[in-house]
Design a protein around this ligand. Sequence first.
Ligand code: ATP
Ligand code: MG
Length: 565
Amino acid sequence: MRASNYFIPTLKEAPSEAEVPSHIYLVRAGFIRQLAAGLYEYLPLGLRVLRKIENIIRKHMDNAGALEVLLPILTPAELWQETGRWEVYGKELFRVEDRKGRLFALGPTHEETITDLVRKNIRSYKDLPKNFYQIQTKFRDEARPRYGLIRGREFLMKDAYSFDVSEEMAVQSYQVMRDTYKRIFDELGLDYLMVEADTGAIGGKYSHEFVVKAANGEAHIVYCENCGYAANVETAKYEFELDRPPPEEEKPLEKVYTPNVSSVEEVAQFLGVPPTKIVKTLVYILSDGRKVAVLIRGDRELNETKLINYFNVLDCRLATSEELKEMGVVEGFVGPIGLDLPVYADISVEGLHNFVVGANEKDYHYINVNIPRDFKPVEFVDFSTARGGDPCPNCKQPLKETTGLEVGHIFLLGTKYSEAMKAYFVDKDGKEKPIVMGCYGIGVSRLMAAAVEQNHDDSGIIWPESIAPFKLHILALNTKDPQITDVAEQIYKQAQEIGVEVLYDDRDISPGAKFKDADLIGIPYRIVVGKKVKEGKVELQERKTGKKEEIQIPDIPALLEKLKG
Ligand code: ATP
Ligand code: MG
């Protein structure tokens, strides 16, 4: 491709809304442009990268026996109503109406559609197992579209759905996908973790997220360098037993005057005790209307996902000041003793002695509180957000903490959708049974951003070879010098003949501008054709290492063969 005929609108400045390197560089280097919040245009360079990512995914999915389909983007509301998700999905679902007033959603995911296809076309165990996938644009009206391709409102996803005769077989399909995902992310050249993720209602070990380590990621992960364990902080079990404080003799309960101090830090400072001796009492309103008090040690953070899962509700939130007042609860001084709410305690509170809680009275706390002497929680539950330094649940070594971008998610669904939508098959024994499902997503466009988050420097992008828009960038430094252009043209022709994907910068601009653009665009190898042609030489440069090497012109075909790989 000749740069003079191509379209690479590079920019000196990043757009003001771009905060993270992938957003900044993908726009500046001319890969993408924003149309509106969360909507992006892929320019020729960007589309090349996107297609490469797609093709790697497609190859491995095909190898795993998955069957590619393409489902409509418009999905009828009735299907969503069958599973209850027309309501549950809330505002994230883009809803549209046709001329007859029939409602549709722009598909944010396709469990309903694919289950409908399967229930209409698969009747017997003989037709199973099946795994269908598609690579398609998805729509989600995200509350906060941001970070460029990382969180768009329209984005490219690979979604796959497996259908099996039993849970046992579904687990096998799941494992095949898990291994397939590893091959995909390995080939993409990314540094990632496979982490145990929240399984919500399903439970068990059958949800994994694939997370690309990145400073700007929204996923919070703990992992163990010793044994390889990795989990979302929302899922990781808190091994309290290994963190348990030494026993103490119980002291008499005392109510103390603590004027105007209510946060953990303030109380700790006022009473001269560490935060680990303070127990916070949080009042939550669950989405089914229940009101509960939850205790957690002062130094730990409560995890709402764990709370939601434990109480088996869709959502939860902290009670507002108004609501606390209505319940007769004194804000800032809430405590479990004498509280008229069911009290649950995080396991960090179990075995704690002589601790501090609010006294349910303005400006007062209790000190030297002990369980079960002073109160008794309904149950001790793991509500804590895991963090670096916690003991690994596997091998007890201290965990590390990192942030990352979720680029893939695999999930054993069980029969949730097949039962709701009556996707049954007739088994060998003649009985009708619900098909057991799994679903498997990859954020194709988010991967493009993730690759840049992980591979860039101060000058621009450094593409992993497997998804670089081109393998080779030829820079003809002075297009007015026929000796230079002759050699550059010749290399360009040879590269095309040999089959090396090549971008040839034949534009009549300064060498400085060419180098700047080349650094920004981030093609892995560069052949610079400049004054040295007079000595029969050009320079080979590697974008990643900055390594430079002089090459004799007659050696170029051999070099190109090598680059072709
Ligand atoms: P997140 O927690 O980031 O919102 P999710 O759990 O909603 O992700 P899934 O429904 O599992 O995501 O979607 C499959 C994959 O699609 C995700 O792993 C992610 O890589 C990608 N993805 C999800 N939402 C977006 C988005 N708004 N923009 C780009 N990619 C997305
Ligand atoms: Mg989401």
